[in-house]
Design a binder for this molecule. Sequence first.
Ligand code: DGL
Length: 302
Amino acid sequence: MSSNAPIGVFDSGLGGLSVLQAVRALLPHESLLYVADSRYAPYGERPDTFIEQRSLAIGRWLRAHGAKALVVACNTATAHGVAALRADAVWPVVGVEPGIKPAAAASKTGVIGVLATAATLRSARFADLLARHTAQGQRFLCQPGHGLVERIEAGDVGSADVVALLERYIEPMLAQGVDTLVLGCTHYPFLIPAIERRFGNALTLIDTGAAIARQLQRRLETAELSAPAQCESLPGLAGTLQLFTTASPHALQKMADRLLPHAPGVQAVRIPGTGEANEVTECVPNDAARLDLPPNLPIASA
Ligand code: DGL
């Protein structure tokens, strides 16, 4: 695989653009292929096997389109798909996970909030992450962000409706002493302005986009797959970017135009996979997970 090949990046939808932005900032000479699987968003309300199957289908599609490495720019897909993606990995695969470690280091009160999808919060990977990084005396309050991804996918990052959901999820955390909030879904960084407007500086917000970009840089270097740093000799020459979506291009185009200088036109694609078998059935939210998770669930304390 050539070091000039693009890097594949995917998410269930628009959220991964928050990671893509960080990758573009750190590695401007790398070319990128971004897939938003918006036809199947939100992943966070889907069964675990569905998320794994979609992750494998998109990984295969990106590989077939020439990607040299893969960034799973989705906490939910990482929680349920990254192990399968790495099982036969012939390329570097970088996942994202909620920033539990930096949050544990940043918190002064020792009470940390985690806002993530229901599917991420119920995963074994997340339980393991908490077990590894919870220090003596610290507590994590975990809140599924039901309804947030749907609104962000529709381009709503600050309506009264979104603020009401944020209040419902964050106010009980503040009442229990939370001073640090992990944004455990790549869609949520788009809510930072709304959170800051509503809660001021009461919370330190933890987003891992920049850390993922650095991890990608290390993995490319180790695999000797870093694109030649063309910028040194030709300062204006950046890597190319292609944007794909499995749904209507409109929402991704709008968000990309807002976030990325000179965003290209979004192309609609079909990415068949086992998930397609569910195409004709209605998306059934995972009611079991919904019922199992009360509004604020302290799932780790030491
Ligand atoms: N952006 C994704 C994440 O980081 C997934 C959100 C969803 O589709 O539910 O978890």
